[in-house]
Design a binder for this molecule. Structure first.
Ligand SMILES: [Zn+2]
Length: 249
């Protein structure tokens, strides 16, 4: 066992209420592409802004075409060793909440109860009406799209239907932001896994935790701007690192 893993395990042992904060890096280990990384999809194709989605039927068709093209990446992905290590920490009571920037549902699939996963950027595995919030399933929308060339309107209120994600230009979800803030203020250890900590306001949480007296750990393949403030920084893969630390707890 490396000294870094031993130190991570020691910090986990000393914590009675940890919060885990995850970004794209934990899910790339499950084969989900990081849209924002160099060579990622958003460096080749600009994301569709929320205002454009709402204003234009053509933009909505394009957004749904892209979503359906990605379906294999989402539906084939399974939780990896990193997700499973976090789930073990949640099961044991060590981790109170998981705050995630990911939209892939893999924390829930790893066995963490949905009410303990705080999704800052929503979830792409289902859709919602922008007006009334009615949930719709991606497969049903795809069937309608293939039959009629357009996504369906909301069956309840005729509103616009969109994946349950937070797009560029869309307001952050108030309830989730408030829950993330509360979890951050209540924790004694804040563990960042696979986030480059560049997308605000989500990226503000680690320093909020640190200023509030929590220990801060960052596990990410690349350096982050917040590395200098952390009690421990590991530039390593998340699955093997977290798996090893949880094994020795
Ligand atoms: Zn509706």
């Amino acid at each position: 066992m490396s000294d870094d893993v031993a130190r991570l395990a020691e910090l986990l042992r000393g914590s009675s209420r940890a919060v885990v904060f995850t970004g794209a890096g934990i899910s790339t280990e499950s084969g989900i592409p990081d849209f924002r990384s160099p060579g990622g999809i958003w460096t080749k194709m600009s994301p569709i802004d929320f205002q454009d989605f709402v204003a234009s039927a053509e933009m909505r068709r394009e957004a749904w075409r892209r979503r359906f093209a990605m379906e294999g990446s989402w539906s084939d992905a399974r939780p990896n060793a990193g997700h499973l290590a976090v789930a073990a920490l949640a099961r044991s009571g060590k981790v109170s909440e998981v705050i995630t920037q990911n939209v892939d549902n893999l924390h829930q699939e790893s066995g963490i109860p949905p009410e303990r996963v705080i999704e800052l950027h929503g979830n792409t595995r289902y859709a919602k009406c922008l007006d009334c919030g009615e949930r719709m399933e991606i497969a049903d929308i795809r069937k309608h799209f293939e039959d009629f060339g357009d996504p369906p309107d909301c069956p309840a209120c005729d509103g616009v239907v969109k994946t349950a994600t937070i797009s560029f230009g869309q307001a952050m979800p108030e309830l989730e932001m408030a829950r993330a803030q509360a979890a951050t203020m209540a924790c004694d250890l804040f563990l960042v896994l696979g986030s480059s900590l560049v997308v605000y306001p989500a990226a503000a949480f680690p320093l909020v935790a640190k200023r509030n007296g929590a220990k801060l750990v960052i596990v990410n393949r690349e350096e982050t701007e917040q590395d200098p403030y952390a009690d421990l920084v590991l530039h390593s893969e998340i699955g093997p690192t977290m798996g090893a630390a949880v094994n020795v707890l």
